[in-house]
Design a protein around this ligand. Sequence first.
Ligand code: ADP
Ligand code: MG
Length: 326
Amino acid sequence: MANVSRETTGDSHYESAGDFLRRMFGDGNNSVGMQLAQESTQYKNVMKAKFPRPQNTRIIAVANQKGGVGKTTSAVNLAAAYAERKFNVLVLDMDPQGNASTALGIQHSIGSKSIYEVLEGKLPLSETVQTCPQFPTLKVVPSTIDLSGAELEIAGFQNRVDLLKDALNEYLQDNNTPHYDYVIIDCAPSLGLLVLNALQAAREVLIPIQAEYYALEGLGQLLKTIQLVQMNYNSELIISTMLITMYDRRTMLSKDVYDEVQKHYPHTLLKTVIPRGVRVSEAPSHTQTVISYNPRSAGAIAYREAALEIALRGDPHQNVSRETSK
Ligand code: ADP
Ligand code: MG
């Protein structure tokens, strides 16, 4: 039989528990053992934390014209993190791909009542709202593939930039509508009319930034577009939040991206980063957010922490001086 324990090697001392953990998981801050212990503490802390309720509805567009940077993942998981705390949350899926609808377990096959009919003026928003199966206070207006044609169809409308804003305001102001704490709009990867509609309807923008080499490429264009919207349409719009996604703590690159964004946008960037993790990417194929699919995973913890940080910073419209709120 192989020598698997110290006792049989003839060593004169027994291994301590600490030595055992170090031997199993390795030394240093990046070891698996340290990470597990840290995650367990983070989980307990964030589950215990009090999330302040916003005074007014916070309407947040999650935007970045790049595809695959974590817009949808961030939109649905932040929404789930708030809904888990029993906040009333509405997610508007403004991407024809309907990924947010899928991740939230919402029916969105062709013919479903969706944001498309709302933009076209064929249905009031109230008739398209569905409830996420995992979270009773999380409501969703899905998108279907029909939305891919909407940009061309609405291009000729005189109020083409206001379509979502008008429909959303009508819904939020209706006496039969519950008071929403958060409205989160998942944008398509473009800077077209659909995104303009989202930026016009929102009061805040959240920009997910993937921790990768080309992360900041294109950010200037996005900021310019947002500035144009601020100047021409929606003077209230504020870029309240930047969030680094798919962070890999083992690479210098991830840290470099964080530091670079931090250098330029110190008051907008969240301290919380979202780690890259398989549970996060698996969740949508189970038509769930990672918050419900794997509540204790690093991704679920990080999205709750990001949601908490956003809640604690508060509504930027009520909190004009960012510096003092830090
Ligand atoms: P976008 O909406 O910007 O196009 P997604 O949110 O759909 O981006 O994310 C792109 C892909 O990356 C998806 O397959 C998603 O599951 C995956 N992904 C997003 N965030 C993470 C993460 N933290 N860890 C692992 N995979 C992720
Ligand atoms: Mg998306």
